[in-house]
Design a protein around this ligand. Structure first.
Ligand code: HEC
Ligand code: HEC
Ligand code: HEC
Ligand code: HEC
Length: 177
């Protein structure tokens, strides 16, 4: 059994026993590693969803259900974890970098169905929810993927540089007699 599968098995075991007590960490925890996604979210509609509730509605459970779904966990707004699931178990780096493991312990890749939980007929929009066009309006993944691509390119350059250095090293340190 590879180390990866061992991690997966242990992660699922831990997750299974603690799934009921899942903790939400808040968007600043995600920001530490997903700065680009965070910036886009912060400037977008979901980061001010609770701010829109004024007066009595700010305490009205009927409104909070969509405008602040983790209110009972001490988190306002529609946050990263409202869509991607509570992060306690998937946010450690060694879990996050493995898609299969992270999804096994609660990371969600939300799709149209997830949006429609809140963007339904009872929300105040004049137009029916159009997934494709609305998705574009909250795009925080293009920036993330660009960063990942450029990180990989840098690693490649470093790898190649290291390769050259290793090839060059023995020659340059060889006695010159
Ligand atoms: C310790 C750093 C770290 C933290 C904290 C972190 N992530 Fe990640 N996350 C990563 C890494 C590394 C990846 C792998 C891809 C990459 O390089 O960006 C990833 C991948 C993801 C993905 C894509 C997964 C896939 O393969 O489909 C999502 C979605 C995600 N993280 C959401 C979150 C959310 C939401 C939080 C906060 C609760 C969070 N992350 C916290 C490091 C982190
Ligand atoms: C079923 C989920 C849901 C519930 C419940 C809900 N809202 Fe909303 N609300 C939304 C969505 C989704 C939008 C964004 C709609 C759009 O513009 O397409 C929205 C938008 C708004 C806006 C406009 C924000 C802006 O600046 O454009 C206000 C104000 C608002 N809601 C107040 C309330 C109040 C007050 C309640 C409770 C009486 C409430 N909502 C209950 C989902 C909900
Ligand atoms: C309203 C729901 C919603 C919120 C809020 C949200 N996300 Fe996402 N996120 C999505 C969706 C949907 C996608 C995938 C889009 C696609 O690829 O079609 C995504 C994609 C991502 C990805 C890229 C995954 C990949 O495959 O490359 C990362 C990383 C991510 N989100 C992190 C975050 C972080 C961090 C926050 C908070 C700062 C956040 N998200 C808030 C819905 C959301
Ligand atoms: C937990 C509830 C919730 C979920 C899930 C959710 N939203 Fe929202 N969304 C809201 C609320 C509430 C607002 C209104 C924010 C405000 O008060 O201004 C909103 C506003 C928006 C807006 C700006 C108004 C508009 O309609 O143009 C867009 C775009 C949007 N959401 C896209 C999405 C997409 C795409 C998804 C799924 C990936 C999604 N949302 C999932 C609650 C939600």
């Amino acid at each position: 059994m590879s180390a990866r599968w061992l991690i997966l098995a242990v992660a699922m075991l831990l997750f299974g026993s603690a799934a009921d007590a899942q903790s939400y960490l808040g968007p600043e925890t995600c920001q530490a590693c997903h700065a680009e996604a965070y910036e886009v979210w912060k400037a977008g509609p979901h980061a001010r969803a609770t701010v829109s509730l004024t007066g009595r509605s700010a305490k009205d459970g009927r409104c909070l259900g969509c405008h602040s779904p983790q209110q009972d966990k001490g988190l306002a707004q529609v946050t990263c974890e409202s869509c991607h699931g509570p992060g306690q178990f998937y946010s450690p780096a060694y879990v996050m970098k493995d898609t299969e493991v992270s999804h096994a312990v609660g990371l969600e890749s939300p799709g149209e169905k997830a949006c429609r939980v809140c963007h339904d007929a009872s929300s105040p929009s004049l137009h029916p929810f159009d997934y494709k066009s609305k998705l574009k309006l909250i795009d925080h993944w293009t920036a993330e993927r660009e960063r990942r691509k450029s990180t990989r390119a840098q690693v490649r350059v470093l790898d190649e540089g290291l390769g050259l250095a290793l090839v060059a090293a023995p020659r340059s340190s060889a006695p010159s007699r």
